[in-house]
Design a protein around this ligand. Structure first.
Ligand code: AMP
Ligand code: GLY
Length: 415
């Protein structure tokens, strides 16, 4: 089958890598892609946010399946435009993607479906904000209602900083602080049947030891040796299936990838957030462990046939991914710097470790790869256990040279 992937980050590179290894995929296209994706897919300079242009491209390419990676096009209705053109699309409708696009909407769905989550208030005025901050006390958790590229959440003990962020947001969700380790669990769903993937853990803070500002994610690993083996079953029963059922009941079924960001608190599992797409960088480690060819699973979800899909098959391997970010990320990143050492990773670390590109582009000379974003690339490695995967990932990170770049050195260390 011919497949078109929309987006151009490390998540899309991971998706394209898996799809390129799937014997059922006869042609792989990506728009807009990046310098790494260009090695496995044909790139098309089409704006991921332009539903009509994406649908036109999919039609021209005679794509059997379109996979929309990032949240912004999903929330903007790009999956709807593709489906309206009669092409199967993996990715929720704009209506269903509000689960990620509005934190207040997600809270409403969770309340209706009795899904466990932190208590919260939706505030729009300074008075409501002060009342909510008072009600919960420190640490304060203040979330922009809308999409904010992983930067809309402030967790702080400083009430002035909490108040300032809340006032800057307009509509804001102020939430009870949830203690305990975080887990990301993804599920593929066609709006009715839910197929959970394997749990992963993401490192959201910029610096070692979970210090520094929140980022889009600095690394991830899977499996989670410390987690309760019954965790996936529990989250299926209390979170994923009820949420999918509630959206179907509302007449806006969610078909695509449902991402549950969870806190394992002393009082049980609580949802921190939902996303309507594969998470980055967790996708890199989850897909590294998936043995079942990906295209058939995504197509079955897109066509409402997931109930007939055999169980997913997983490798015994562990996987670790380490994000290499540009100078000054998550502030305004420096871009345009050459990245060296990529060929050394291919020569010395493949197939156990490989680079997935995020913010990269080819220089005009057609061969030099330049940094083009905050998170530049991630190095993913597999191994018999997390220790070996971690060693391989960091060995490959050490071969990559990017002036001023930064990465965390403690990904998967304590696991
Ligand atoms: P989100 O964008 O909702 O994933 O939030 C980003 C990060 O903020 C999460 O991964 C958590 O580390 C932190 N966070 C969000 N909500 C809470 C909460 N209620 N309690 C504690 N930390 C939170
Ligand atoms: N890893 C966090 C996210 O994808 O939102």
């Amino acid at each position: 089958m011919k497949v078109l992937v929309i987006g151009g980050g490390a998540r899309e590179h991971a998706l394209c890598r898996s799809l390129s290894l799937d014997p059922d995929v006869t042609a792989l296209h990506c728009a807009p892609g990046n310098a790494g994706i260009a090695e496995v897919a044909r790139l098309h300079p089409v704006d991921a946010m332009d539903g009509a242009a994406v649908a036109r491209l999919a039609t021209e390419l005679e794509a059997r399946l379109v996979v929309v990676g990032p949240e912004a096009p999903l929330v903007a209705g790009v999956a709807d435009a593709v489906r309206d053109a009669g092409i199967a699309c993996f990715g929720p409708s704009a209506e269903a993607a509000r689960l990620e696009g509005s934190k207040a909407f997600a809270k409403d769905v969770m309340a209706a479906a009795s899904v466990p989550t932190g208590r919260s208030y939706v505030c729009t005025t300074p008075e409501e904000i002060d009342k909510a901050l008072d009600a919960f006390g420190a640490p304060f958790v203040v979330k922009d209602d809308g999409l904010a590229a992983g930067k809309g959440v402030v967790v702080t003990d400083d009430i002035a900083a909490a108040r300032e962020h809340a006032l800057a947001c307009g509509r804001v969700v102020i939430e009870e602080f949830l203690d305990g380790p975080e887990v990301s669990l993804f599920a593929v769903t066609d709006g009715e049947t839910v197929l959970p993937l394997r749990p992963a853990q993401d490192f959201k803070r910029a610096l070692d030891g979970d210090e520094g500002p929140n980022t889009g994610g600095m690394g991830a690993y899977s499996p989670l040796p410390w987690a309760d083996p019954k965790l996936v079953d529990e989250v299926m029963e209390t979170v994923l299936q009820p949420t999918v059922d509630e959206l179907r009941r509302r007449g806006t079924p969610f078909a695509g990838l449902l991402y549950a960001g969870l806190a394992i608190t002393s009082r049980g599992v609580r949802v921190i957030e939902f996303n309507a797409r594969f998470g980055d960088p967790e996708t890199q480690v989850v897909l590294a462990r998936l043995r079942t060819p990906l295209a058939g699973v995504l197509l079955a979800a897109a066509e409402g046939r997931l109930a007939d899909q055999p169980s997913l098959v997983w490798r015994d391997d562990a996987a670790v991914t380490v994000v290499v970010a540009s100078h000054n990320y998550p502030g305004t990143p420096r871009t345009g710097d050459p990245i060296e050492g990529l060929a050394d990773v291919v020569a010395q670390d493949a197939p156990h470790a490989y680079v997935l590109h995020a913010g990269t582009r080819l220089a005009d000379d057609g061969s030099t790869v330049l940094s083009a974003g905050g998170r530049v690339l991630s190095v993913t490695a597999t191994g018999r256990d997390l220790g070996q995967a971690r060693e391989r990932a960091y060995a490959a990170v050490d071969r990559i040279r990017l002036d001023g770049s930064q990465h965390r050195t403690d990904i998967a260390r304590d696991a």
